[in-house]
Design a protein around this ligand. Structure first.
Ligand SMILES: Cc1cc2nc3c(=O)[nH]c(=O)nc-3n(C[C@H](O)[C@H](O)[C@H](O)COP(=O)(O)OP(=O)(O)OC[C@H]3O[C@@H](n4cnc5c(N)ncnc54)[C@H](O)[C@@H]3O)c2cc1C
Length: 431
């Protein structure tokens, strides 16, 4: 207990010192009228939340289980809705500097090599959606968020803080970590991912659903890729019960490869090393061109994908969830991180002007956030599952039906289909 008291005290002291150092009269003057948010999890969602709340003048303490604030992993696609959110968080320019702006999303028959559909992402698309579509390395999204949090007055980042439980009362919420430290805030945001400890207590719906799909990922230097195969497009090769997608990341320095198999896998796996031969064997039906690209992969790692069923309620009093903790989805719509960024913006909006303690109006504001986000995110969770079944993995007659459906769609039809998803205004808070 002595340790707990000391640690909590030193966290408080660190913050006070930070506030004193930054000597922002505005911040100090605000302090009595703004809230203190504790955020569990310092991933993309947690940092975006910290930034959104700090921009409203709130104080934020981010508790991250890992020993450092870092993000590993491969590429992530960002729709125009993500760039809209990043602009509202003040980091759009730094992310854009590192992004690769792709010319098209292409769906190909993975066996015959025939193009099935192409959605251009150039001028007309950008004009329609107000922002570009891009791919980045995860770190190229994470680092700008981290730098902005570090520069923001009122954000305290605490690594090595594994959140285990919380308790709330009329005036606030107390969060406890595995090593016994406690943090007191006006609200708690669970941004601790698909296996969120905060969700376990708040929703209590057990472990995530194992999708039965295994994904193999590899990132290779672009020099390994023959000139003729260096397309500036997110290219997806679809086959019976599998698909293979690749795109350029890292300012054009790498090619991100991801091959997914509907193999009925039952156990969750995260980042296990896998032999190249095994990957080549499992995807032996790939046509000539995708096969050439797959063969370039090295240092493969595998994941068994998980998601969750949508739930209506992920807020209880002063505690709420965001990002994967609230609505974990399969990556087929490429929207998990985009939705976490949207959540953060909406949290910032509903908490604008919120005060501390019992009079702070926090529970009602968090209800508004939950209400503003649940339908959109549930729809995307379900869409992502359907995209796997109906667009990427169908076989036989179902694949022929898909091909016929896609053939009938022109460029404007494709834009119309994704408008609700990529459109930036779709996540405004209703007043
Ligand atoms: C293969 C794959 C491809 C993807 N591609 C895309 C894409 O193209 N576009 C897109 O938008 N999204 C994509 N996603 C989804 C995206 O990665 C996630 O939706 C996003 O990372 C969610 O961010 P988050 O901050 O909510 O959760 P996470 O990134 O999981 O972060 C959670 C953080 O909380 C910490 N944590 C966990 N438990 C605790 C605890 N008890 N106490 C304290 N800290 C804790 C973790 O260490 C971590 O730092 C993809 C996902 C996968 C698996």
């Amino acid at each position: 207990m002595a340790h707990a008291a000391h640690s909590a005290h030193s966290a408080h002291a660190a913050h006070t010192a930070h506030a004193a150092h930054t000597a922002h009269a505005a911040h100090t003057a605000h302090a009595a009228h703004t809230a203190h948010a504790v955020v569990s999890g310092g991933g993309i969602g947690g940092l975006a939340t910290a930034l959104a709340l700090a921009r409203q003048g709130h104080r934020v303490t981010v508790l991250e289980r890992g020993e450092a604030f870092t993000e590993i992993g491969a590429g992530v696609q960002l729709g125009p809705n993500a760039f809209h959110a990043l602009a509202l968080l003040g980091v759009s320019e730094t992310v854009r500097e590192r992004a690769v702006f792709v010319d098209a999303l292409r769906l190909m028959d993975g066996v015959s090599g025939r193009p099935l559909a192409t959605m251009p992402l150039t001028a007309r698309y950008r004009a329609r959606f107000g922002n570009p579509y891009a791919v980045v390395q995860r770190v190229d999204l994470y680092e700008p968020l981290l730098a902005a949090c570090r520069a923001a007055a009122g954000v305290t980042l605490v690594a090595g803080a594994d959140v285990r439980s919380y308790a709330q009362d009329a005036a606030g919420v107390t969060v406890a970590t595995a090593d016994g430290r406690t943090y007191r805030g006006d609200l708690l945001v669970g941004a601790d991912g698909i296996r969120s400890a905060v969700r376990a207590r708040l929703v209590g719906d057990g472990p995530p659903r194992v999708s039965g799909h295994t994904i193999y990922r590899s990132v290779i230097p672009i020099e390994k890729v023959p000139d003729g195969l260096r397309w500036n497009a997110v290219t997806l090769w679809a086959g019976p019960k599998w698909h293979f997608v690749h795109y350029v990341i890292g300012n054009g320095r790498y090619l991100n490869l991801a091959a997914t198999l509907d193999d009925g896998a039952r156990e969750p796996v995260a980042g296990r090393r896998t032999a190249r031969d095994l990957v080549l064997h499992r995807f032996r039906n790939l046509g000539r061109i995708p096969r050439r690209l797959l063969e370039l992969g090295a240092d493969w790692r595998e994941w068994v994908l998980c998601d969750r069923d949508p739930v209506d309620v992920w807020t209880d009093g002063r505690v709420t969830l965001m990002g994967d903790a609230a609505h974990a989805m399969l990556q087929y719509a490429a929207q998990g991180a985009c939705q976490a960024l949207e959540d953060a913006v909406v949290l910032g909006e509903v908490l604008a002007g919120a005060g501390p303690g019992a009079a702070g109006d926090v529970p009602r504001r968090l209800e508004r956030y939950n209400a503003a986000r649940r339908e959109r995110t549930a729809r995307i969770q379900l869409l992502a599952r359907r995209m796997g079944e109906e667009l990427y993995h169908p076989a036989g007659a179902a694949a022929l039906a898909r091909d016929a459906m896609l053939r009938a769609l022109g460029e404007d039809d494709l834009y119309e289909r994704v408008a609700w998803l990529h459109g930036a205004r779709e996540f405004a808070v209703p007043h």
